[in-house]
Ligand binder design. Sequence first.
Ligand SMILES: Cc1ncc(COP(=O)(O)O)c(C=O)c1O
Length: 384
Amino acid sequence: MPDRDGPIEAAFLPYGKQEIGDADIKAVIEALCSGWLTTGPRVSEFENAFAAHCGANEGVAVNSGTAALHCAMRAVGIRPGDEVIVPAITFAASANAALYEGGVPVFADVEPDSLLIDPVSVGMKITPKTKAIVAVDYAGQPADYDALHELVRGRGIAIIADACHAPGATYKGRKTGTLGDISCFSFHPVKHLTTCEGGMAVTDDAGMAAQMRRFRNHGIDSDHRSREASGAHAYDMTELGFNYRLPDVQCALGMAQLARLSGWVAARQRIAALYDEALADIAEVVPLKTHADRTNAHHLYVVKLAEHVDRDRAFARLRAEGIGANVHYAPVYLHSHYRKLGYAAGIAPVAEAVSKRILTLPMFPAMTAGDVARVAAALKRATA
Ligand SMILES: Cc1ncc(COP(=O)(O)O)c(C=O)c1O
């Protein structure tokens, strides 16, 4: 249950919120007392358990979802000048990861009703320089992976799944974590499970997993534990990597959280169904579409407002009522940094139009039916 001191009306409802329970605290204390603070046995334990949860062979734990995306870019071989297709509507990290390797983000448009990357737009943006597509499972719904795989067949283009919003979601019965060549997850506190900060790259490709394990550890070919086990002191740095390691203590938290992940996804789906029902009679508000061949893990609950509604006024009115509405996202290429790189309005017209009409409503597993009713009533007033 949410920790509230006052009456329900007085409580601020954030758009997302982690749950930390006794099992998490116990696991973290045990790890703290174990002698392993950074890379220890809990790292591979968490990697194996999370990869198994996804139905994939390998997990590489790193200290953010962004680091997972960067590892993936290196593992699929992005080199300076390579083009990487990214949906216009996503968190900046999906595109930034390509920039880190000297790649060139090419922004594809999104489907107007789901805000998922539009395969038709992707098809139009592929060139001989395209080396990867980042498929973002926006708000918790998987992208259309069959259509994307069809587009890249035989062309040497990798699919990196940015599944940061979607652990536990499915596409045609297949789980996120198995849908791209590499799938990236985030364990930031607003996400489904948290390690405070953290992330994981998941793949069936043992070679790519080994490469990502080196890359997260400065590009060094062994780690402290493996050298201790073999009694060796020498190591080689085979490429330039980073320190993206996720500490043992945080992996202990991740393990404890993972035990509750399926229950949290189910709770989010129940809350989404309550929202769908509560918003059905508000003509100004339309929830995003979930495709019939997918299940949605509902990291976010996003609605589209009617064109005549002033979105920013509705946002301000909700905030004034203690509802932590948010906006995910403006098109990435409209950020100042991307404008400095030469990107400009007009690249993804659907994304540009729809992003001005969306609002994210609070969504976290501890929300009650009363919370949903409160948000719906406030939204009705805010959009009237
Ligand atoms: C779609 C998407 N990709 C990548 C990331 C980056 O994850 P992190 O914050 O763990 O670096 C996020 C986090 O918000 C995200 O929403």
